[in-house]
Design a protein around this ligand. Structure first.
Ligand code: GDP
Length: 480
């Protein structure tokens, strides 16, 4: 049934495509990676002729017109572009982050670059941008797992030294619990709440761990409180059959319901229909939290990337008929570093996904890595300290942010020396022999910038770092 429905969806997509070429671009990334900011800036820069020198169609003056259109899927929330851009431009604050899936259609009318195609009417491409939490991607591997396997893996992970402290209250509930006793709702709710609290604690800034399925426990969407979201991994005895109505039995059924009600529809209705994908990664946050967080991010990226090229024999693989042919992994918020460090940031992320790609046997789709800031909130400068010139970034920290005891009021510009990323990437993955940690980067949140003039000096647009390179890779060939 799943196969038939995907085939039908694809057929419908293709039929529509004949009349109006479309490209479905998935935008994913773990919570707060920068999805909302990326889409907001992309749309604004296309609608308002932003400064995008590396995006050929725009810099070559071949885009006649870009405009928003009614999205194809009426049942999916619309990406609230107008509200987000108003927050950025008028309040100079960051927009409300992604909580669930949303969609937006941007249509671009362009002149083809080649003389021959120019003879025909102007081209038109509808870009369907699909924004969804990366946490939901981490759920896809669950489809291949039964409840016993899920439980075993989740509990092994909870006992890792890097997680022991966060997991303690949950593990304490499990100690002495007889999972074969009849289930009752208060116990299930307590277990589930403790498990979810542990997952959330792992995501906090200080720890910044990434591999945390089930994703809806962090990003519930509209299913909060339903039985499909009220379960937890339990210590099961191997190969023992539990009674249907025991704790183990009920939680196992709810886990299966989670897969059927939550994971499969997401996969079928959204993921299986994407043509291209950008995966946003906040590597800086993980780097600052320390080696455990970086290793954990690497594991999460491996899991996420494995979803894009599932093996043919798996449930996922048998259903993907339309394959993502380009995947961009973008390290976001590069404006928190001086330009001198952008190359290193890119190298870190490349290193993290290179391993992931190898381990996940990922091949086929063109993959690129870029260090990017969808909205550049800082500019670069240097300050002289004695005989040294320090590269610094200048911006307006958000009210309440502090550096070294100094508290900002949200109106004052300040120069920050962010620190350097190490040349040797492996230093980020483990503490060195002496156990010494790297000095953390100085990381403050800046307010969004004012608009700046584009190349021709005619239009005002949002400043960014390498958004144009990202666009060229993701859609440039479709506008050639
Ligand atoms: P989402 O959860 O993936 O939708 O994340 P958001 O797009 O809401 O971004 C989370 C936060 O990261 C924002 O509120 C900003 O503080 C910050 N951020 C995201 N992108 C950028 C960027 O390009 N530059 C800067 N300076 N901050 C960013």
């Amino acid at each position: 049934a799943d196969e038939a429905r995907i085939a039908l969806d694809n057929l419908a997509d293709r039929g529509a495509h004949l009349f109006n070429p479309t490209l479905r671009l998935g935008v994913a990334g773990l919570s707060r990676a920068g999805k909302t900011v990326f889409i907001t800036s992309l749309v604004h820069n296309l609608l308002h002729g932003g400064r995008l020198p590396l995006f050929d169609a725009q810099s070559g003056g071949r885009i006649a017109r870009s405009y928003l259109q009614e999205q194809p899927d009426a049942g999916v929330p619309r990406f609230q572009y107008e509200e987000h851009i108003r927050t950025v431009l008028e309040d100079r604050l960051w927009p409300q982050s992604t909580r669930a899936i949303s969609e937006l259609r941007l249509t671009i009318e362009y002149q083809s670059a080649s003389g021959w195609s120019r003879l025909f009417a102007p081209g038109r491409l509808s870009l369907d941008i699909v924004d969804y939490p990366g946490e939901w991607l981490l759920d896809l591997p669950l489809l291949e797992k039964d409840y016993a396997t899920f439980s075993r893996e989740a509990l092994e992970r909870a006992r890792l030294p890097s997680r022991a402290k966060m997991a303690e209250p949950f593990l304490a509930l499990l100690a002495g619990l007889d999972v074969s006793r009849p289930a009752d709702e208060p116990t299930s709710q307590r277990l589930s709440a403790a498990f979810a609290a542990y997952l959330r604690a792992c995501r906090e800034d200080r720890t910044a761990l990434s591999t945390l399925p089930p994703g809806r426990f962090l990003m519930p969407g509209d299913l909060e409180g339903s039985p499909a979201l009220t379960f937890a991994p339990l210590p099961l005895e191997p190969d023992r059959a539990y009674d249907r109505d025991s704790l183990a039995g009920i939680h196992g059924r709810r886990f299966e319901a989670y897969k059927t009600i939550v994971v499969k529809p997401f996969f079928r209705e959204h993921f299986a229909r994407l043509d291209r994908q950008i995966l946003l990664v906040d590597a800086l946050q993980a780097i600052n939290a320390g080696p455990e967080a970086v290793v954990d991010l690497e594991a999460a990226l491996t899991d996420i990337l494995s979803c894009f090229r599932p093996g043919r024999s798996s449930w996922l693989g048998s259903l993907v008929t339309r394959r993502i042919d380009r995947l961009l992994v973008a390290a976001t918020k590069a404006d928190h570093l001086h330009r001198d460090s952008h190359g290193r940031l890119e190298a870190v992320v490349r290193r993290l996904v290179d391993d992931a790609i190898e381990r996940a046997q990922f091949s086929g789709a063109r993959t690129e890595v870029v260090a990017m800031a969808a909205i550049r909130a800082t500019r670069e400068a240097s300050v002289t300290e004695g005989a040294d010139r320090l590269p610094v970034i200048v911006g307006t920290p958000i009210a309440g942010e502090t550096i070294g005891g100094q508290r900002f009021d949200g109106e004052t510009e300040t120069a920050v020396f962010p620190g350097d990323l190490p040349e040797d990437v492996s230093r980020l993955l483990k503490a060195d022999e002496s156990g010494d940690r790297l000095d953390p980067l100085t990381f403050v949140r800046f307010r969004p910038p004012r608009l700046e003039r584009n190349e021709a000096g005619l239009k005002l647009s949002l400043p960014h770092i390498r958004l144009d390179r990202a666009l060229q890779f993701l859609i440039g060939d479709k506008l050639a």
